[in-house]
Design a binder for this molecule. Structure first.
Ligand code: SF4
Ligand code: SF4
Length: 287
């Protein structure tokens, strides 16, 4: 069973466009969307059927029992996240700011603080003639690495045999990406020829190396800045990473996204380039 992950340093580089195309080209029946802050793979794939929904509990949050609280203010004083404030003469926790560290519970002399489980999102599992795992993080519950790990676990628990699992990873370079990388055979990094994207690429490459995950690179809109595309090429040569494709800027991609279709449903230069990327990835996956 091979796991292919598609990631990018930031949103909007065409990561999900490629993931959708690969799922279609591979006729994959096992896939996941780990972009838990803004999942949209299901929209582009027009998945049918009802999902099994389960609550996701992230980190515990602090709750103050106002009947026990004597208003000493020690908790607010020691909260490094400024999550506790005095409102109408009562100390209370701002749930979105609480990072669940538990310091207030330890410091409170009256045992007025307790750490309680909170629903931070929901996991969704589709089982039809395909298995698709995804999740939606609740707004303001910002740490999503654990939820990403849960999306993958939910999929792997369900699937005992599949030749290929395609995972649309989280954008960015933080904790969710690290969670996405765990256990995959190959990570395709989708990048663009911009200074910020190159910087993100360098950081993702470093992270993937730490986790000993093989990587390949695809340059989307490579022709909007050939100098920067050449910089990416040099970086990849230096790091011994294969560039599996260069996709030209093509307004058809925008049209496909707006129409909630895959780019490979169109006949255009970008679609041809995406198919070539896929063929090169298959070669790397079977090596
Ligand atoms: S430390 Fe305890 S008693 Fe003091 S303000 Fe906070 S919750 Fe109230
Ligand atoms: S658990 Fe930590 S972050 Fe949350 S309110 Fe208490 S001290 Fe602040």
């Amino acid at each position: 069973m091979k796991q292919l992950l598609i990631i990018s340093g930031k949103g909007g580089t065409g990561k999900t466009t490629l993931a959708t195309a690969f799922i279609k080209l591979a006729e994959a029946d096992t896939f996941a969307d780990c972009d838990v802050e803004a999942p949209n793979l299901h929209l582009l794939l027009h998945l049918s059927g009802e999902a099994q929904i389960s609550d996701y509990y992230g980190m515990d949050k602090a709750i103050i029992d106002t009947n026990r609280c004597i208003g000493c203010g020690l908790c607010a004083e020691h909260c490094r996240f400024d999550a506790i404030s005095k409102v109408n003469n009562h100390y209370q926790v701002e749930i979105y700011s609480c990072e669940g560290c538990g310091v207030c519970e330890i410091i409170c002399p009256e045992k007025a603080v307790s750490m309680e489980k909170t629903v931070s999102g929901r996991l969704e599992l589709y089982k039809n003639d395909f298995v698709f795992s995804t999740a939606q993080l609740r707004m303001g519950y910002g740490v999503s690495g654990k939820l990403v790990a849960s999306v993958k676990k939910q999929l792997l628990d369900e699937v005992t045999a599949a030749d290929l699992i395609i995972i649309d990873g989280s954008p960015g370079i933080g904790c969710p990406v690290i969670a996405s990388l765990s256990g995959v055979d190959l990570a395709l990094i989708v990048t663009e020829p911009s200074i910020s994207a190159i910087s993100d690429l360098e950081r993702i490459v470093r992270t993937a190396k730490i986790f000993e995950v093989d990587t390949a690179v695809c340059i989307n809109k490579y022709d909007i800045d050939l100098d920067n595309s050449n910089r990416i090429q040099s970086l990849c040569e230096r790091e011994n990473i294969e560039i599996v494709g260069r996709i030209p800027f093509d307004e058809t991609i925008l049209e496909a996204v707006n129409n909630q279709k895959s780019i490979i449903d169109y006949h255009c230069d970008a679609a041809d380039a995406v198919k070539e990327v896929w063929e090169n990835l298959v070669k790397l996956l079977v090596e």
